[in-house]
Design a binder for this molecule. Structure first.
Ligand code: PMP
Length: 423
């Protein structure tokens, strides 16, 4: 038995069977360093999609900050400590007014859960609007709010308080780029839902829907939707779990690229660079509504070690100028991918910004799911890791750790060209 086979067998025996494993030939990673991963045999893989390791796998400064704090103190928010304040101060400084009050938890799912509690406390309403194909987390309420899950295998559809509107996908969606009123038409679906619900709890969306297929929302869409949601008494939640911290290059937060300010921002994945941290940032007004007599406490949320790590990740993003780096390398990737599109009919669309990119593959105008699967596996065999996204798993997702360099981009483009020629 190969070492990976015995590990797969062990997982089958010991872990829940519905954990998925990437790639036809599973990869057993034992070490990571910046944008590279290493398997048991010491083979190096270029990481093109694990955005959780935002500033790089095992970034030495982040590791050092965690180690130092673990040696000193690991405790919770019931005791006074300055690191949480330095972290909250630095985090809120990246956000526009009036987003000034932070809550810390341990995952993106938990952060979204808390965001819904804040929204309910503020509005006294329950009805939520979500985008089709969205994913917001693995907890009970988040499955309710995630069409990607509740409309998929094993799902039981949405509960009555969840209202799904079409994903504003200008490439494959209901209204497309050739329709000059596409954004208004998508936004009108939100207005239609509000007519049936009356007072609204809120609207939640990723600022660039990732599971939906690395979608860039039509300019102006979020503004129309936020205005409608606000007029109905609702709050607007931006799920920036995948898209924040400079990843899109042009802005620190993806919502900023649409000229809107959410009422609640939800963070996860990259903010701990692999350490489990989630955060919710909201307005003083919403925080006051939530402060209704019931204590809020998370045993591990905001613990001293997590805050030391979270603060260091933020410092590294800023000091290493990773946002500008993402913009430059992203531009190189976009140019290269659009060049490949000229020669390969299978590339229907190239989209995204910075190091948050999607390449939609099509065959005879239909999603090229099998081809996407083959390409991702061929790249893996070539030592480059990317994945697929989208309702049909036909969108190549490229979301590497931010230190991903121009040389890495050239390597990825070259390997992709080879894989495309084999289709
Ligand atoms: N929101 C979005 C947009 C996500 O992609 C995810 C995880 N893929 C979550 C929330 C949930 O985060 P976690 O898995 O850390 O609970």
């Amino acid at each position: 038995m190969k070492p990976t086979e015995s590990t797969v067998e062990g997982r089958r025996r010991l872990l829940g069977r519905n954990l998925s494993i990437a790639y036809d030939a599973p990869v057993k990673i034992v070490r990571g360093s910046m944008q590279y991963l290493y398997d048991e045999a010491g083979r190096q893989y270029l990481d093109g999609y694990n955005n959780v390791a935002h500033v790089g796998h095992c970034h030495p400064r982040v590791v050092e900050a965690g180690m130092r704090q673990m040696q000193t103190l690991s405790t919770n928010t019931r005791y006074l400590h300055d690191t949480i304040l330095r972290y909250a101060e630095r985090l809120t400084a990246t956000l526009p007014e009036p987003l000034r009050v932070c809550y810390f938890v341990n995952s993106g799912s938990e952060a979204n859960e808390l965001a819904i509690r804040l929204a309910r406390a503020h509005t006294n309403a329950r009805d939520m609007i979500v985008l089709d194909h969205a994913y917001h987390g693995n907890t009970t309420t988040m499955i309710d709010l995630s069409p990607y899950k509740h409309d998929g295998p094993g799902g039981n559809g949405p509960p009555s308080w969840v209202h799904k509107v079409p994903l504003p996908d200008l490439y494959r969606g209901r209204y497309r780029a050739d329709d000059p009123r596409a954004k208004e038409k998508y936004a009108e679906h939100v207005v239609e839902v509000i007519k049936t619900t009356g007072r609204l709890c809120g609207f939640i969306a990723e600022s660039m829907p990732s599971v939906g297929g690395q979608i860039v929302l039509p300019p102006g869409y979020l503004k129309l939707v936020y205005d409608s949601a606000h007029a109905a008494g609702g709050v607007c939640i931006a799920d920036e779990v995948q898209t924040g911290y400079g990843r899109i290059g042009t802005h620190f937060w993806a919502f900023e690229s649409y000229g809107v300010v959410p009422d609640i921002v939800v963070l996860g994945k990259p903010i701990g660079n692999g350490h489990p941290i989630g955060a919710v940032i909201t307005t003083r007004e919403i925080a006051a509504s939530f402060d209704n007599g019931m204590e809020f406490f998370s045993t591990f949320g905001g613990n001293t070690v997590s805050c030391a790590i979270g603060l260091t990740v933020l410092e590294v993003v800023e000091e290493e100028k990773l946002q500008a780096h993402a913009l430059a390398v992203g531009a190189q990737l976009l140019k290269g991918l659009r060049g490949l599109q000229q020669h390969h009919e299978i590339i229907g669309d190239v989209r995204g910004s910075g190091l948050c990119l999607g390449v939609e593959l099509i065959r005879d105008n239909e999603p090229a799911t099998k081809e996407a699967h083959r390409i991702v596996n061929a790249l893996r065999d070539n030592g480059i890791l990317i994945g697929t996204d989208g309702p049909f798993h036909n969108v190549l997702k490229i979301r590497p750790p931010m230190p991903f360099s121009t040389d890495d981009a050239a390597k990825l483009l070259g390997a992709l060209q080879t894989a495309l020629k084999q289709q």
